[in-house]
Design a protein around this ligand. Structure first.
Ligand code: SF4
Length: 229
């Protein structure tokens, strides 16, 4: 199916929701917005409200919480993982389990705090037993991530692991050939830079990947500082 066709229905639902909210629903929000443009934080909050009861794929049946993302809505860096796990599903927050704690330490190692970046996932609901996301689930959920990126407008996206990398870059290449390189994010002008690296959960399973990950995040820091070669 054409990408445009796949995303048409979820995007239609999202647009309808925002229109309805402006006409009838979230009057307080819109009264506040009367004389000013909504902030990125406001827009992300509206996006969250629009998908909190999402049933676009079957994962709604087993989720406890939608995990949209968290962090600075003005962040120059967005990190994208695969999907919420058990802890994230319980708390409704991304990367809060063991892999999340490692991600926080990785960010700290390049002198970034979690609060300075924005963290999200390809899927907003946990697949049962953390199984690999299905293509149909990814297709259903991607419009929400696309919208997040449109709102935040980061300079850099760091994809964590194969699912996030291959989905965002529409590629089938394995991680070991994609990691540590800079890719343009498709169809964005000015070009947004995507740097793939390993998922922190993979580092917990295989600590040998830490050396390559360290190289990748140092590259991210250079991009952040505008010092890439
Ligand atoms: S994973 Fe995404 S598309 Fe599926 S139910 Fe959750 S929010 Fe909706």
């Amino acid at each position: 199916m054409e990408t445009r066709e796949r995303y048409r229905e979820p995007l239609r639902l999202l647009k309808n929701y925002l229109r309805q909210q402006s006409e009838y629903g979230d009057s307080e929000f819109f009264l506040n917005m009367k004389n000013k443009e909504p902030s990125k934080k406001d827009l992300l909050s509206m996006l969250y409200k629009s998908i909190v009861n999402c049933k676009e794929c079957g994962l709604y049946r087993t989720r406890k919480n939608i995990v949209l993302g968290e962090g600075d809505s003005n962040a120059p860096i967005v990190l994208i993982g695969e999907a919420p796990g058990r802890d994230e599903d319980e708390q409704g927050r991304p990367f809060v389990g063991a892999a999340g704690q490692l991600l926080t330490r990785i960010l700290n190692a390049i002198k970034l705090r979690r609060e300075e970046v924005y963290i999200s996932n390809i899927l907003k609901c946990r697949p049962p037993n953390n199984r690999t996301p299905q293509e149909s689930e990814i297709n259903s959920c991607m419009p929400f991530l696309t919208k997040q990126i449109e709102i935040i407008k980061p300079r850099i996206i760091v994809t964590l692991g194969a699912i996030a990398t291959q989905t965002l870059l529409s590629s089938k290449e394995p991680m070991y050939t994609m990691r540590g390189r800079i890719f343009p994010y498709p169809s964005k002008k000015p070009v947004l830079k995507v740097v793939p690296t390993y998922h922190p959960a993979a580092l917990l399973r295989n600590p040998n990947l830490k050396v390559k990950t360290w190289e990748d995040v140092k590259l991210v820091r250079k991009l952040y500082d505008n010092k890439e070669e």
